[in-house]
Ligand binder design. Structure first.
Ligand SMILES: Nc1ncnc2c1ncn2[C@@H]1O[C@H](COP(=O)(O)OP(=O)(O)O)[C@@H](O)[C@H]1O
Ligand SMILES: CC(=O)OP(=O)(O)O
Ligand SMILES: [Mg+2]
Length: 432
């Protein structure tokens, strides 16, 4: 039996799933166990560890906190210890390990980790300061613990490889842009690839005829306009900083803001934090990636907490005094900005608006507020009964719209680990 381990180092979490490859049906690897270690960036980290067949049962228990987890590497080592102690799986059966690597630069296909590809990912660390170095620390730990397994990197950027040139090009000197690879790359691609598959299936449409606006809203948040199953625009850019605000990321600001924000010179410095020991980021990147976002506005990275405290009945036109209400409206307003723009990019031919990610899947209040605003564009009104009780609905995609006449409103329980395991299982080159 071949086991595929899929590891997803997000900015605030480490999600790991173990699958069995099914020879007769390689596009459907079978889940054996899954673990999520969340709040890594705002300790104590919380851990869920669920084994098949008790997956949904275990999900109902609160996740215990584990103070010894300080970063992605210690989170992964904790997972390996649990695997050894709690599960009777022979680790030698893990033949393939899939790693989500956020920035792949000009690598647009899944790539076996070698000295050369490792170095390539390392050189891109400055372009994904919350991600690439963390993923590399887990890759090293994996190679150490499971030296015989094949480690493969799957890139978030790959999905956006065919962005139209006028979308991916910044209005700067093109000679410098090309020499240094300064363009819009886009991220959350594994999630968008999964979403397209699941939504096409749900709507009984061919993937290459599917037009959707997808919102991946988590600690990092992005929007994507998808036409004919392909990304035609997305809100993140050269790095995962631009576009929507995130837990600790500012999202779009006037680029000149940073020169007025910091009083000290913005010199290059070696940033030594528990999250990413080796990344060299400028002070500007440090401020905009780690000291901003809704954490800077409210003191918490947890958007669920913010929504609980916000006064959602206050319309944004009224002066907002309280930070949680302000943070909620900033996030809502920026999301609507992209939905409106992408509705136009797709010339109004949109099959569905899709919510995904930790916040998109869990925040009924944010979905309600977005639903109310986009109704004027022909999107179906939200069925609050379904929207508020999503946990009672099984499956990867749930319709939260009231009528099937308008553009559909869907929630997709995205699964980047499954997407990697599927691509790995289908990739003949990895099984020779
Ligand atoms: N009930 C909830 N309502 C709204 N947001 C939530 C809720 N539970 C968790 N979240 C948010 O989801 C985020 C994690 O999303 P996720 O997509 O898993 O993160 P990552 O970006 O690390 O992959 C948390 O930072 C938190 O803000
Ligand atoms: C690209 C990105 O921001 O990813 P995540 O949301 O997992 O941190
Ligand atoms: Mg994520």
């Amino acid at each position: 039996m071949s086991l595929i381990l899929a590891v997803n180092a997000g900015s605030s979490s480490l999600k790991i799933s173990l699958y069995q490859r099914v020879l007769e049906d390689p596009k459907a690897p079978r889940l054996s166990l899954t673990s999520t270690i969340s709040s890594i960036s705002s300790p104590p980290a919380r851990v869920s560890f669920q084994q098949h067949p008790n997956l949904s049962q275990a999900a109902r228990h609160p996740n215990p906190s584990v103070p010894s987890i300080r970063d992605h590497e210690s989170a992964f080592i904790y997972f390996l210890d649990r695997l050894k102690a709690d599960v009777s799986i022979d680790r030698q059966q893990v033949t393939h390990i899939c790693h989500r690597v956020v920035h792949g630069g000009d690598y647009t296909e899944p790539t076996v980790i070698s000295e050369q590809s490792y170095h390539h990912i390392e050189t891109l660390s400055d372009l994904a300061p919350l991600h690439n170095a963390a993923a590399l620390s887990v890759i090293r730990a994996c190679i150490h613990a499971l030296p015989l397994a094949l480690s493969i990197a799957f890139f978030d950027t790959a999905f956006h490889r065919d962005l139209p040139r006028h979308v991916s090009t910044y209005a700067i000197d093109q000679k410098i842009a090309q020499e240094r690879g300064l363009k819009k790359y886009g991220f959350h691609g594994l999630s968008y690839a999964f979403i397209i598959d699941m939504v096409a299936d749900h709507l009984h449409k061919d993937k290459d005829e599917l037009n959707i606006i997808a919102l991946h809203l988590g600690s990092g948040a992005s929007a994507c306009a998808i036409r004919g199953g392909k990304s035609i625009d997305t809100s993140m850019g050269l790095t995962p900083l631009s576009g929507l605000p995130g837990a600790t990321r500012a999202g779009d600001v006037d680029p000149s803001l940073i020169f007025h924000y910091a009083s000290e010179p913005l010199s290059r410095l070696s940033y030594d934090s528990a999250m990413s020991k080796e990344v060299h980021v400028t002070r500007a990147e440090e401020i905009l990636n780690r000291q901003a976002g809704w954490k800077a506005l409210t003191g918490t990275t947890d958007f669920g907490e913010i929504i609980k405290k916000a006064d959602l009945s206050t319309p944004p036109s009224v002066a907002i005094g309280d930070p949680c209400t302000l943070a909620f409206h900033i996030v809502l307003g920026r999301i609507l900005h992209y939905v409106g723009a992408y509705h136009l990019s797709l010339r109004g031919k949109v099959d569905a608006l899709v919510f995904a990610g930790g916040i998109g899947e869990r925040s009924q209040d944010l979905r309600s507020a977005i639903g109310e605003a986009v109704n004027c564009l022909g999107y179906s009104a939200i069925d609050e009964h379904v929207n508020q009780g999503l946990e009672h609905h099984e499956g990867s995609v749930v319709d939260i719209g009231k009528d099937e006449g308008g553009n559909r409103m869907l929630v997709c329980r995205t699964d980047e680990q499954f997407e990697m395991a599927r691509e790995c299982s289908l990739g003949d080159a990895f099984w020779r």
